[in-house]
Write a protein that binds this ligand. Sequence first.
Ligand code: TRP
Length: 465
Amino acid sequence: MTRATWGTRLGFVLAAVGSAVGLGNIWRFPWLTATNGGSAFLLLYVLLILLVGVPGLLGEMVIGRRSRRNPVGAFDALGGRRFRALGGLALVASVVVLSFYSVVGGWILRYTAASVTGAYFEAPQAYFAAVDFGPAAVGFHALFLLATVAVVYAGVDRGIEVATTVMVPGIVLLFGVLAVWVATLPGSAGGYEFYLSLDLAYLRANFFDVLVAAAGQALFTLSVGAGAMLTYASYIDEDRSLVADGTLIAVLNTGIGVLAGLVIFPLLYSLGVPPGSGGPGALFVSLAGAFADLPASRLVGVVFFGVVLLAALSSAISIFEVLVAYLVDEHGLGRSRAVAGVGGLFFLTGSAAALSPSLFALLADTIANLALTVTLLGFLLFCGWVLGRDAIAEYERGAGRVARLTGRPWYYAVAVVVPLFLAFTLATGVGTLVGAPVSAPQAAVIAVAAVGGTALATRFLVEPT
Ligand code: TRP
């Protein structure tokens, strides 16, 4: 059987933007900006997207397009059997991310439906507390997963591509309409101030923490580190510029994140609700509760949660596809059987997270970040030290003259600079997790040792060709 491919270039870009635009843009990014120095943070964030996020994204795309395989098969094909474990890491990271993501997707589905009757208007806090975890959360997680299954089942070009080609423009359009509309509400002006006012002093005082948080967000929001972009890029069958595609994906993703903030904060201000500091409560309690006081409150609720639902769904699809591609490529399963198997697995892992708040928090707050960082670190070191010249060749294939000039700088970024940065954040993150805080200089030493050591080790691991 021939391997699936995208129908059009735009189809690939929109599918990738659909993957990137999700809960990260709507629920994490706006609050991160507002509480970390406003437009000063935004500037730093854009820089990190360009210096860490985009190079990482292109690293995944290079591996995917060069191998035309799922993550496990990709490392096997490009580096030999010993590197299959790197792809295995991506499968683990995918399971970790979708297990909690699908639970939140279930909440959003429930809120979209509940907006029709205004069920949460009266007592938003109590409503959320009653539905967040437990059997009902399992049910809505299952429904959300079922929607994901339906799209993935229909195939790469006929399912994922068709769905995201409708969903992504829909997200932009609906958020655009909402952003214009909230600007007309009385009292909304304070929201822009809160969101984007320049606070350099804050950034200067907390530079280090902000930097690490922003870098983590830059990776999560671009869907890097779980093999999703690798898998999507493996379905590309033309020589076109990965650099142009990757940059476009990052620009659209950042734009939609900023747009989400332009809806949320003016809305909260016009209704006199304190924005709080983010987290599930911000979306499902403050914001949802505020809808009650609006004219056409139910319509606003349906539209708002409907957009968020589209965004979450198109992200979940990309994670789900990683495991489907693995089963199809490596185990020769037909698509329908693979989808059924992966669906069953995610039903179980997501249900566990929907029943246990502590498991959910562990996955969402800690394990996901670590798993994504470790995986990406492995991917990039592979690009830099195993693929080497081939990585640059793949990067430059189909790229225009200007983009080709970035080939070498990109190579040094993925071989050395970004890995150092990732290893550094990893060292601090693990230190905090195990209760043995690692200082910045210590983390720097660990990072240099880890990256240098792996680089050396790959010299001995690579099979002579
Ligand atoms: N980028 C998505 C968001 O911002 C989430 C996501 C989708 C993701 N696929 C991923 C995150 C793969 C990490 C890895 O919500």
